[in-house]
Ligand binder design. Structure first.
Ligand code: NAP
Length: 547
């Protein structure tokens, strides 16, 4: 069904869910469980979201997959076997398809369809959602489950379109082409998590690899290997208990190791011992109970820099690869057991853009201030217009035609990371100022979708057509975010995609809630328990009166 009328008084469905990744699949299922009529739109040809698009060689989860998974249905937990502690992209996408099939939500989703705009009509209290195929669909509740890392950053390098060879983006790796890098001269731009995972795989087949690094990043060992049968048994014994436990943690995860001692209770020898212990347990950032303190963070950062340096044989490369300029956690750190050693291979060379910046791309390759590097292939691992980008990419208008991009012109504002003043019944899971990318995104997806549908069912039960946060609540939430971000070493002054510094012209604002998952969860449910004091209720409309 579709409607051409912006002020139609009859919705085509109760809920529209945009996106079919972790949050979208669960939202589709949840809507149906609530007895609501739901439709979904997905830009990709299959479910998976980030795990659909980022199909580059080496893509894998760098947190434990058995935690980075759904827990809402105990039978799903019991029915799925992870092949590895940190599963690869393909396996995670298969898992998401398995869940979508099992929950029977695929039939509700229109694939290969991009949502281009969403318009709220105050007169009817309804949202009109327009898609790339020209259709409009009208709904009462709109859930934009579009992810935090789904809007690739446009390459800001002169001459990008001039290159005569093949160019690929890690963020939209071709799925219909067998990318052949064998024997090719490959340039990789970017050394964030995607570059760090892709570079060792590319080096296995390419004849020459040139890595163009602008900012060095922290790289620590990752977990991997087959699942521990004791962990599997514990997960399956009582999945709902695990679900509750995850929501009680700081990051929505159950780390296998956390240092028990406090940094200031230890002398130099004790600190070194604690750091090595955590390094061997592959959790060096959690070496101390109070690892968040600036002094502890400085010790952890220095320890990692030393370990990184000693893994790279060439002294110049080792100096360049170590992040001297920001503390651990200032940017999103990377994990790999093979990345640093890749630079010990004779056909892999680091180009430090701090010393010799890229001047332009030409048909034959990349020109830096020092040389021209001939290439057959360029891989852009240059990241995303993160967190607020996917919402900014849509044309969203709320009460009285107010545009989201105007409201967000100085950076995103919202309440509890999910709703924006003057945009009633519009829900933004995984967006700005929620624990989002600094928590377990799967745990967060379930928590946020639960909270969103708790809100919706509260409205339904109370016969209210809609709600949106008050302006005061948004201001309060903004301050809360800043209060926590200020405590994190390097959070505000390191250039990163957490604060929008990676996208030229993007307003700089720290976009991740650092108060921890549990505090966030408790704050959400305190609102629900008190009948939403931080929100404004929408008045009854003609449409509601008639129904
Ligand atoms: P990213 O972390 O933003 O890294 C982009 C890289 O490209 C940076 O090294 C950046 O340098 C560089 N870059 C960007 N524009 C450039 C330019 N014009 N010239 C030269 N270099 C340029 O992006 P990402 O690696 O795709 O990762 C994004 C996020 O996705 C991660 O942080 C993580 O949260 C998620 N991810 C997760 C996993 C996982 O295992 N769970 C795997 C991959 C990605 P600067 O640092 O100087 O800007």
């Amino acid at each position: 069904m579709s409607s051409e009328l912006e002020n139609s008084t009859a919705p085509d469905c109760d809920v529209i869910v945009v996106g079919a990744g972790f949050a979208g699949i669960y939202a589709l299922w949840k809507a149906r469980q609530c007895g609501l009529d739901v439709r979904g739109f997905e830009r990709g040809s299959d479910v998976g979201g980030t795990w659909y698009w980022n199909a580059y060689p080496g893509a894998r989860c760098d947190v434990a997959s058995y935690n980075y998974a759904y827990f809402f249905d105990s039978e799903i937990v019991r029915a799925w076997d992870w092949s590895d502690v940190c599963a690869g992209q393909n396996e995670i996408q298969r898992y998401l398809r398995f869940v979508a099939e099992r929950c029977d939500v695929l039939g509700s989703v229109t694939f290969d369809t991009t949502v281009v705009s969403a318009t709220y009509a105050k007169e009817t209290g309804l949202w009109t959602v327009r898609t790339s195929n020209g259709e409009s669909t009208v709904c009462r509740y709109l859930v934009l489950a579009v992810g935090a890392l789904s809007e690739p950053k446009a390459p800001d390098i002169e001459g990008v379109d001039d290159f005569a060879g093949k160019a690929y983006f890690t963020s939209s790796w071709p799925r219909d082409e067998d990318v052949d890098l064998k024997g090719k001269r490959v340039g990789v731009i970017g050394t964030g998590s995607s570059g760090v995972q892709a570079i060792p795989e590319i080096a296995k087949v390419a004849s020459d690899v040139f890595v163009f690094q602008r900012t060095a990043n922290y790289v620590t060992p990752t977990s991997g290997g087959p699942m521990d049968p004791d962990i599997v048994a514990a997960l399956r014994a009582d999945p709902q208990a695990v679900r509750s436990e995850l929501r009680e943690t700081f990051g929505g995860n159950q780390p296998l190791y956390v240092g028990e001692e406090r940094f200031h209770d230890l002398d130099e020898t004790g600190r070194e011992r604690a750091l090595w212990q955590a390094w061997d347990a592959r959790e060096v950032p959690l070496a101390f109970r109070d690892a968040h303190l600036p002094e502890a963070n400085a010790a952890i950062s220095e320890f990692i820099r030393k370990r990184m340096h000693e893994q790279v044989e060439d002294p110049w490369t080792a100096d360049q690869i170590v992040p001297w300029d920001h503390p651990y956690g200032g940017k999103r750190p990377c994990m790999s057991d093979v990345y640093l050693q890749t630079y010990n291979l004779p056909h892999v060379r680091l180009i430090s853009l701090k010393e010799t910046p890229i001047e332009r791309i030409i048909p034959e390759g990349i020109v830096t201030s020092a040389e021209t590097i001939p290439l057959d292939v360029i891989v852009y691992a240059t990241g995303f217009d993160a967190i607020s980008g996917p919402v900014r990419a849509m044309n969203i208008t709320g009460i009285d035609g107010v545009a989201m991009n105007d409201v967000w012109q100085n950076g995103p504002v919202n309440y509890m990371g999910t709703m924006v003043h003057r945009f009633p019944n519009l829900f933004l899971p995984s967006s700005a100022m929620s624990p989002s990318v600094l928590s377990n995104m799967a745990t967060l997806a379930e928590q946020q979708i639960d909270f969103i549908f708790d809100k919706i069912m509260w409205l339904e039960a109370n016969g209210r057509p809609g709600l949106h946060p008050s302006e005061e609540s948004q201001i309060h939430w903004q301050k809360e975010n800043l209060r926590f971000a200020e405590r994190i070493p390097g959070a505000l002054d390191t250039d990163s995609w957490y604060n929008g510094a990676n996208v030229p012209g993007k307003p700089r604002q720290y976009m991740v809630y650092r108060g921890g998952f549990k505090r966030y969860h408790d704050a959400c449910y305190a609102e629900l328990e008190s009948d939403f004091p931080g929100y404004e209720l929408v008045r009854k409309t003609e449409a509601n009166r008639a129904s």
